[in-house]
Design a protein around this ligand. Structure first.
Ligand SMILES: [Zn+2]
Length: 197
């Protein structure tokens, strides 16, 4: 059986990404050039166009990954990972990405085109007093008494602040609740709590 026929058979004559049965073609994932069963997939023109030209990407189209990201075909997993990474600021792609598990080899392949890498370098990274990277949803503990701006309240050293959020524009600021009050905290005054604390 020819490679093309084998791919179409695997795909059940549908786009392996969105399920469309129209304008199907074989798409070989960058950075590979040659069609192989492993590194190629069957996709519709809509999917291929958007993969090849990120400028034309319609985020809503990729809600199809909700289903197809569970494919056992690693080429499909790789496209899912790349598209979700590219679209993650939309919110829902990040949620899917959190659920998507790629084995080590597949993940390395997914990252091979540099999707997500460049963005990470320019992204605002928040670090605690020890230089540990902070992420939204983390819990931190205050390492000194802090006067809460605009109130007479003092947030005491040792206070735990759970489920922090990050200031997207300023790497020095995070937000979190102390008691009922949402406060802005400077990252130099917090220490990340480990899961167990
Ligand atoms: Zn498609």
């Amino acid at each position: 059986m020819s490679l093309d026929r084998e791919l179409y058979k695997r795909a059940d004559n549908k786009c392996e990404l969105c399920g469309s049965e129209e304008h199907l073609q074989i798409h070989t994932l960058a950075p590979q050039k040659d069609e192989t069963l492993k590194k190629s997939l069957v996709a519709c023109k809509t999917c291929v166009d958007q993969i090849e030209d990120p400028e034309t990407t319609d985020a809503n189209h990729w809600r199809c990954l909700n289903d197809s990201m569970w494919s056992e075909v690693s080429a499909v997993q790789v496209v899912a990972w790349r598209m979700l990474t590219q679209l993650r600021t939309e919110g829902w792609p990040q949620d899917l990405l959190d659920m998507l598990y790629l084995d080590e080899e597949t993940l390395e392949w997914a990252k091979a085109t540099g999707v997500g890498v460049e963005e990470d370098e320019n992204a605002v990274v928040h670090r605690d007093v020890n230089g540990v990277i902070l992420q939204a949803g983390d819990s931190v503990v205050l390492i000194k008494d802090l006067k809460v701006k605009g109130s007479s309240m003092i947030a005491k050293q040792g206070t735990a602040v759970r489920r922090i959020s990050l200031d997207r524009d300023n790497e020095k600021y995070i937000e979190g609740k102390v008691g009922p009050t949402q406060i802005v905290i400077i990252t130099d005054y917090v220490k990340k709590m480990s899961e167990k604390e």
